[in-house]
Design a binder for this molecule. Structure first.
Ligand code: SAM
Ligand code: SF4
Ligand code: F3S
Length: 473
């Protein structure tokens, strides 16, 4: 599978779900679960918490849905298409019950939270419904469903962080891993369903985060991505000492675990990323020089309707500040085309902010109205789908040019690359990433390099989305 810790493509819910297998020590299990995950990195990290809870309750993981006693789908609600994909999968899984009548199918994550018992009671697609804050109750719910009872828990919590649960790494490359540092979101961007599906923001105990990162490093991992919907608002108060830990302090502590442990983070809300965070990134060579800074729109009027709490000018000043403090930093963005009332002028403002920000990469979507959100309540979803798609294509085309130019600028430069494995195309090539999160492919050339090594690579060429080079040995 393609999900690496540094792969911010996890924002794209359209990625196919993946079945996983634990890479931990071999244990004997009588029952097996199969899990498929959709949506953002937080969902993938949550599936590893779920795997841990299930392993402790006698379930081993399998990659084969047909051999499973329990099928779980960890779902996303961020856009309508994400939900459609899941419904299709659930319908397919339901059919497996003909061959295996004891099979239980459960829905986890954001769609479970949004639709509550609907998929169990009305649509009869699943046996178990569990929201993102209720995974500890899974063993009880499995038992209830097994005895024919309704098994639903979608209670959101103000303090659940699963901080004490050691995730079981699923289908890991053994090099990169996600570590959740907070849950929920307090921002209420008007288009976004996440605050409703994930609840209030809460930060995880800093000691448990550092312990998890240290443990990963000791197990051979070389790259950690600290995860949260808005990592810059991480704030944990030690109840024993009353000392508070900010995101900058946490980032520094993780970076200090070892100079050969790379640290990444996602996602930053432009309003919250502080100079302190930028100086910390600049100070530590092992904190990757890459910031994902979603703009959503280049029009101040749209940004106000979206409740993003910054203006176009404010955002551009933040980009300028990042480039000033960390000159070698790459910047990526999320962009929504066709939000309510968007005019051609608003759209052109988005195109121009992309160019002015000079994004290395963007994740681009057209607006999908989500029931219950502020936008769904307040504004009409009035941009015809055809126009949304046309604008999205224009945005994609602009980003293609920007990414291409960004890659072109890298030709002739030498980067430190962390080797993640073989390239997709050939066993004779390594694939890795530089600090800026760009994928670099280079020939193995009979060297003694291995997965997890750092190597300097001179970039000589590029294709769409990939730099090509040669190891400097
Ligand atoms: N917390 C992150 C932030 O503030 O940027 C991102 C969270 S969201 C899961 C990922 C991206 O999905 C958003 O940045 C936005 O571009 C997009 N998104 C969210 N709701 C959407 C909607 N209703 N329609 C289209 N795209 C949406
Ligand atoms: Fe959604 Fe906004 Fe929160 Fe991101 S910051 S998760 S876009 S509400
Ligand atoms: Fe989707 Fe929930 Fe993440 S809605 S993007 S899985 S927080």
């Amino acid at each position: 599978m393609e999900l690496y810790a540094s792969d911010t493509k996890v924002h794209d819910e359209a990625r196919q779900g993946e079945a996983f297998e634990s890479n931990g020590p071999t244990k004997h299990f009588d029952k097996f679960f199969y899990i498929e995950s959709y949506g953002c990195a937080m969902n993938f990290a949550d599936s590893e918490v779920v795997a841990s809870i299930l392993e402790n309750n006698g379930y081993g993981s399998t990659r084969d849905a047909e051999k499973a006693d329990l099928i779980l789908v960890n779902t996303c609600s961020v856009r309508e298409k994400a939900e459609q994909t899941v419904r299709k999968r659930l319908t397919e899984f339901k059919k497996l019950k003909h061959a295996n009548p004891g099979l239980l199918v459960g829905i986890l994550g954001c769609m479970a939270e949004r639709l509550k018992s609907q998929l169990l009671e009305e649509e009869k697609l699943v046996d178990i419904v569990v929201g993102p804050d209720a995974y500890r109750s899974l063993p009880d719910l499995i038992h209830e469903a097994g005895t024919g009872q309704k098994a639903v828990n979608v209670i959101l919590s103000r303090d659940e962080t699963y901080g004490d649960i050691a995730p079981v790494r699923l289908d890991s490359n053994g090099i990169s891993s996600f570590v959740s540092i907070m849950r929920g979101c307090n921002n209420m961007c008007s288009f976004c369903v996440v605050p409703f599906t994930r609840g209030r923001e809460r930060s995880r105990d800093a000691f448990s985060i550092i312990a998890e990162c240290r443990d990963l490093f000791e197990k051979g991992y070389k790259e950690i991505t600290l995860l949260g919907q808005n990592v810059d608002s991480y704030y944990w108060n030690n109840p024993e000492t009353n000392v508070s830990v900010t995101f900058a302090a946490l980032l520094e502590s993780v970076a200090q675990i070892h100079p050969s442990l790379r640290v990444r983070f996602s996602t930053s809300h432009p309003k919250d990323i502080t100079d302190e965070v930028l100086f910390t990134i600049a100070k530590y060579p092992n904190i990757c020089k890459y910031v994902h800074l979603p703009v959503q729109s280049g029009s101040t009027r749209m940004l106000q309707l979206m409740n993003r709490t910054y203006t176009r000018e404010w955002y551009l000043a933040k980009v300028a500040r990042i480039r000033e403090v960390i000159p070698e930093c790459s910047i990526s963005s999320d962009i929504i085309a066709g939000f309510c009332t968007e005019t051609d002028k608003d759209h052109m403002d988005t195109i121009s902010i992309m160019k002015e920000s000079n994004y290395d990469y963007s994740y681009m979507y057209f607006y999908s109205e989500r029931p219950g959100t502020l936008a769904a309540k307040r504004y009409e979803d009035d941009i015809p789908e055809e126009l949304k798609k046309k604008r999205l294509q224009e945005i994609v085309d602009v980003q293609w040019v920007l990414s291409n130019e960004s890659n072109k600028r890298d030709v002739g430069k030498t980067f430190e690359v962390l080797i993640e494995g073989n390239s997709k195309k050939s066993e004779n090539e390594w694939m890795g990433r530089n600090s800026q999160n760009k994928v670099i492919v280079f020939p193995k050339e009979n060297t003694n390099l291995k997965k997890g090594d750092y190597v300097m690579v001179l970039v000589s060429d590029y294709t769409k989305g990939t730099l090509l080079g040669k190891a400097c040995i």
